[in-house]
Design a binder for this molecule. Structure first.
Ligand SMILES: O=C(O)C(=O)C[C@]1(C(=O)O)C=C[C@@H](O)C=C1
Length: 286
């Protein structure tokens, strides 16, 4: 069991995030997020790095859903990275870049540039691809096609493309959170003294639709003064109106108040799936 799986290929944003804390030669590219998570749960990789949330576009649903429904893995750290999106083409197309016929990228990247694309290139269809770097690689491998990719600067260098429009993401504050996942509850050391620990739980409410249950759940945290930094619902996929909740709590799971909270939630009929406690590593831009 060796290697750290990441959403590839080389020069994806996930690759840059992973390289900020792990040596480049330990990283193994995968084609999809589920493949990364499976590699860890089937012990084919020691860890995996996957995107989980973007400041402009919100959750990466595939990651959250796969963690809840399909795998039993734990978060060992999170990496917070600034994101800058650029439009790039093969050198053969630089002169007439605004005549490209299709723009490829990861769905999150296309969504981060929605305003730019609709004002500047409204007639050009977009096509979703497995990652920004995979889209850049496609442009490099097909100079005969008039296509462009939205990706980062490293991808432009890696695949020999030319950036024709810089910083095309719609809002300046663009960051993505990436998770480092492992098969055991084990966390990376605290990166700096001031870093706050965080715990992620996934909560399923009791089956019977009793009034006020969400209020009761929140009060479990409130009276214990447990600070939530995020709460979000996702469909349970068992029918309309059925959800599970992802909560990030700014406390360590072993804390007495957290143990009490878990017990009380279970008593209320909730199922608590823990992803563990971990620290945040912040990276600089490329
Ligand atoms: O496509 C990539 O390069 C990725 O690493 C994926 C991903 C995402 O899933 O959000 C990561 C960061 C950016 O927000 C855009 C795309």
């Amino acid at each position: 069991m060796t290697g750290i799986a990441y959403l590839g290929p080389e020069a994806s944003f996930t690759h840059l995030a992973a390289k900020s804390i792990y040596p480049a030669d330990s990283l193994v590219p995968m084609r999809t997020i589920p493949e990364c998570i499976e590699a860890v749960s089937q012990q084919k990789a020691s860890l995996a790095v996957v995107p989980v949330e973007n400041a402009l576009e919100g959750t990466v649903p595939l990651t959250i859903d796969y963690l809840f429904h399909e795998a039993d893995v734990y978060i060992q750290a999170e990496i917070l990275a600034p994101i800058a999106q650029h439009l790039m083409v093969h050198p053969d197309h630089v002169k007439h870049w605004d005549r490209v016929e299709t723009i490829y990228s990861h769905p999150h990247a296309l969504a981060q540039c929605h305003k730019y694309l609709s004002y500047r290139l409204s007639n050009v269809p977009t096509e979703q691809y497995s990652s920004t770097a995979a889209a850049a690689k496609l442009c490099a491998e097909h100079p005969e096609l008039a296509i462009a990719a939205i990706a980062n600067e490293t991808a432009a260098h890696e695949y020999g493309l030319v950036i024709v429009e810089r910083d095309i993401h719609d809002f300046h504050f663009n960051h993505t959170r990436f998770l480092v996942l492992g098969s055991k509850k084990d966390r990376l050391e605290r990166p700096t003294k001031k870093e706050q620990i965080k715990t992620t739980w996934m909560l399923k409410l009791p089956q019977d639709d009793r009034p006020g249950i969400l209020h009761q759940v929140l009060s479990v945290f409130a009276w214990r003064r447990l600070n939530l930094s995020k709460i979000e619902s996702r469909p349970l996929k068992t029918g309309l109106g059925h959800y599970f909740f992802i909560v990030d709590i700014l406390e360590e799971e072993d804390h007495i108040m957290m143990k009490g909270a878990a017990e009380e939630l279970t008593f209320l009929g909730c199922t608590v799936k823990t992803l563990g406690s971990y620290y945040t590593y912040e990276t600089e831009s490329e």
